[in-house]
Design a protein around this ligand. Structure first.
Ligand code: AMP
Length: 408
């Protein structure tokens, strides 16, 4: 496959991706677009940042736009549904669809929780072709009679593993029970744990199987490091690390909302333009923080896992795990924020002695040891003492000299 022109995509789709500057299909696009165009079911293991949105959006737009103009207003029926786990992802997938469908006359909207439903209801009343939705809000709106799924032709389950982790399986069953049984199902998941395999067996008919993981996983192109840091020194270590690297944009992960706020305050105090996003923040504030981060006004985004899942920001140079993730798959999702679209990135995990078990779980999943970036401590055991040592050895920082052999 050399270019998008080799797919049987309509000119209006090719025009929009041409304008966006996409030249070569990514591996997931090369493998998924032909079967989706043929109307087949697809089971794809692909992570965010691999171009999977276009992999399902382009053929869906091609097929829907190729049927002439549907009736206007309420007579227009939802023909494609994309289920996603988080509001951020709903907004992002919807924005991508709108970009790809720039030259088609399709109505594409997103419905998600955390905001007043009135605008979403009004948009639904105007008629919709493609609906992007989070499961909770979708069920709410269906129960109120605002959404009719009788004419759905294609269902996409995006980030299916995350939807299961978040407990959305019953909502998804409710939703699928109200769609025509004869439809195309596309299931995308970063990982394929047992429940996802079972779901795939239940709903997919003779699916095209796509696994882009072995291609160039984020895990391979990212410089991963771990520093053993006592819990009480983590904030100091984080500040020291961010000061010592060539920082473009960084995402710092914390386990709790409270932790995100606290770390953001410390970073702001240390002079970094910082914002925190998590589930307790109002939706418009999260939007604004994300926009500022995308725009480069905010250099460090502190986030909890759920708030950050699926966020697509290019140019994230560093990911720091202030807290070790509770499971290894979350590690993969977190570090997948950097090293996108082939660019390399760096990921540092700050691991307290009591978190060692979690580090071992990560190493088991990744299949190798994570090299150590030696951390020597701040040299101030207690009280406001001047820094006496450099916390990180400069020569061992990614991009600053040869890397050290792992020692722990
Ligand atoms: P996704 O995995 O769908 O979130 O896409 C990741 C990023 O890659 C997005 O910013 C897309 O705009 C971009 N992208 C997707 N497909 C291509 C492509 N074929 N060429 C260049 N950029 C792409």
């Amino acid at each position: 496959m050399s270019g998008f022109g080799d797919f049987a995509l309509s000119p209006l789709v090719l025009r929009s991706i041409g304008e966006l500057g996409y030249e070569t299909p990514s591996p997931v696009q090369a493998q998924a677009i032909p079967p989706v165009l043929d109307g087949r079911d697809v089971l794809a293991q692909a992570q965010t940042g691999t171009g999977k949105t276009a992999a399902f959006a382009l053929p869906i737009i091609h097929r829907l736009a190729g049927r002439g103009n549907p009736p206007k207003g309420a007579g227009r029926r939802i023909r494609a549904v994309v289920m996603v786990p988080t509001r951020e992802l709903a907004v992002q997938v919807c924005e991508s669809f709108l970009k790809y469908a720039k030259f088609a006359t399709l109505r594409i909207i997103a419905v998600y929780g955390g905001v007043n439903q009135a605008l979403q209801v009004r948009a639904l009343r105007h008629g919709v072709d493609v609906l992007v939705a989070t499961p909770g809000r979708m069920v709410d709106l269906m129960e109120q009679g605002f959404i009719n799924l009788e004419k759905v032709e294609t269902l996409v389950l995006d980030e299916a593993d995350m939807m299961f982790d978040m407990g959305f399986a019953p909502n998804l069953n409710f939703i699928m029970d109200r769609m025509p049984e004869k439809r195309q199902n596309l299931l995308f998941s970063a990982t394929m744990p047992g429940p996802i395999e079972q779901l795939a067996r239940k709903i997919l008919k003779d699916p095209a199987r796509i696994d882009t993981a072995p291609e160039r996983t984020p895990l391979e192109i990212i410089d991963h490091r771990v520093s053993m840091v006592p819990r009480e020194e983590k904030a100091d270590a984080l500040v020291a690390y961010l000061r010592s690297v060539e920082l473009d944009r960084a995402i710092v992960f914390t386990r709790t909302k409270h932790g995100a706020d606290r770390v953001a305050r410390i970073l702001a105090g240390a002079g970094f333009a910082t914002e925190a996003i998590h589930g307790d923040k109002r939706q418009n504030i999260r939007h604004r923080a994300l926009a500022a981060f995308k725009g480069g006004y905010v250099r460090v985004l502190v986030a909890t896992d759920i708030a950050a899942r699926g966020i697509d920001v290019s140019g994230v140079s560093h990911v720091v795990n202030h807290d070790m993730p509770l499971d290894a798959e979350t590690y993969v999702h977190r570090v997948g924020r950097t090293g996108r679209a082939g660019a390399s990135g760096a990921a540092l995990s700050l691991c307290a002695p009591e978190e060692r078990k979690l580090l071992l779980a990560v190493e088991r999943l990744v299949g190798k040891r994570v090299p150590v970036l030696p951390y020597k401590g701040t040299g101030r055991p207690r009280g406001p003492v001047v820094e006496t040592r450099r916390p990180f050895e400069e020569s061992r920082l990614p991009g600053k000299g040869r890397s050290a052999r792992a020692r722990r």
